[in-house]
Design a protein around this ligand. Structure first.
Ligand SMILES: NC(=O)C1=CN([C@@H]2O[C@H](COP(=O)(O)OP(=O)(O)OC[C@H]3O[C@@H](n4cnc5c(N)ncnc54)[C@H](OP(=O)(O)O)[C@@H]3O)[C@@H](O)[C@H]2O)C=CC1
Ligand SMILES: CCCCCCCCCCCCCCCC(=O)[C@@H](N)CO
Length: 337
């Protein structure tokens, strides 16, 4: 009896010591400060990208924003300008499509010009879009477009950015913006989730590979954000998907940008924004670098219990939608009878 008690006490003590030690090492992990750094933000004319650009300006960084539409870029640049901290900060906008390597190279070269050809220190890759719909309504073109608007919209900028950083010996940063739909998926997201999962795959590879160069990789996994992009995706979003998403409270892009920047400053690899994000992150961590050894197992435990229950409720809701869906397919002329 006594030996058992002693063993339990020793195990408890060791566990506590272990947690303390890890929290201690995390407290002393190196911090990143955007002040004086040149940060390039793709998708910087709207939503999360624009909010990040503003946050970075507030933090004293030089900011270059990249997107396609020049008018929206100009408007966003005015917002960034309002957040200026010092007269030395350089703020520019560049109109390029970044879903190709050549477009990304051109954007980076243009943004490097005011800095004597030196490429940016940090790349925040927020470009992307979502067009939800049912899988059977997709085509070869729309599936490819889905990858284009998710994976390629960020992968090619990462490629161009890394080549430039390595050539110039810059130990910079690459921050991807995936989604919690890069951890799990559900009805309606067949053109979006695959590319967001792919971004995780890429980030996990590069987190390891870039150890060769001292370049750090981050992967943001936000949930619903109330942005222009969100309004656009909702136009064609299946009703069942809209209903299932009600569980996600959502957040403003400003809030999300703040959380992402904090995660980057603190050297977090996976950056989740809220409780649901933390639960999915901890529940699908694999061998990914953890955020907090003290908290992640609790989020993991919550996921272990709650996620199968939630998944069951999703399945029930989808099955409950069958009749309405048949009607929808008939109306659309997909079914002849
Ligand atoms: N809103 C949400 O609920 C969520 C969004 N996300 C992801 O976060 C990121 C930002 O989303 P959000 O702020 O809502 O999006 P917005 O639609 O509000 O903004 C998207 C930005 O990306 C730019 N962009 C899109 N495609 C390209 C391209 N090929 N080349 C250059 N620029 C491009 C757009 O400008 P332009 O069209 O002029 O090029 C715009 O600046 C996206 O990657 C999205 O998938 C993740 C989770 C949730
Ligand atoms: C304790 C565990 C409970 C689990 C509850 C899970 C609820 C998830 C709801 C789905 C949210 C979907 C967000 C999509 C964000 C996005 O990327 C799109 N807006 C882009 O198209």
């Amino acid at each position: 009896m006594e030996t058992k008690l002693i063993t339990a006490a020793v195990a408890l003590l060791l566990g506590a010591l272990f947690t303390l030690l890890l929290s201690y090492t995390m407290l002393f992990s190196k911090k990143w400060d955007p002040k004086g750094k040149h940060c390039l933000v793709t998708g910087g004319s709207s939503g999360a990208g624009r909010a990040l650009a503003v946050e970075l300006a507030k933090a004293g960084a030089h900011v270059s924003i990249v997107a396609r539409n020049p008018e929206r870029l100009q408007k966003a640049l005015e917002e960034v300008e309002k957040a200026r901290k010092t007269p030395e900060q350089v703020f520019r906008c560049y109109s390029f499509a970044v879903n190709t390597e050549s477009g990304s190279v051109a954007a980076i070269e243009a943004a490097s010009e005011p800095f004597g050809g030196r490429c940016p220190d940090a790349f925040f890759l927020c470009a992307g879009a979502s067009r939800p719909g049912f899988f059977i309504e997709q085509s070869e073109a729309s599936l490819k477009q889905g990858m284009e608007q998710t994976y390629y919209a960020q992968a090619f900028t990462a490629l161009a950015a890394t080549k430039a950083m390595v050539k110039q010996g810059i130990k910079g940063k690459v921050v991807f913006c995936s989604s919690i739909l890069g951890y799990f998926s559900m009805v309606g997201y067949s053109t979006y989730s695959p590319g967001k999962f792919a971004l995780r795959g890429l980030a996990e590879t590069l987190q390891s590979e870039f150890m060769l160069y001292g370049i750090e990789v981050h992967l943001a996994m936000p949930g619903t954000m109330y942005t222009k992009g969100y309004e656009e995706e909702n136009v064609g979003k299946p009703k069942i998907t809209l209903k299932l998403e009600e569980t996600d409270e959502g957040a403003t892009p400003e809030h999300v940008a703040g959380v992402i920047l904090k995660g980057v400053r603190n050297g977090k690899f996976h950056i989740t924004v809220d409780f649901i994000g933390n639960v999915f992150r901890a529940s699908s961590a694999g061998a990914s670098e953890r955020n907090s050894y003290a908290l992640d197992w609790i989020h993991g435990l919550i996921g272990y219990i709650a996620l199968p229950i939630w998944r069951k409720s999703v399945d029930t809701a989808v099955v409950g939608h069958r009749a309405e869906h048949q009607e929808y397919l008939r109306e659309r002329g997909f079914l002849s009878v």
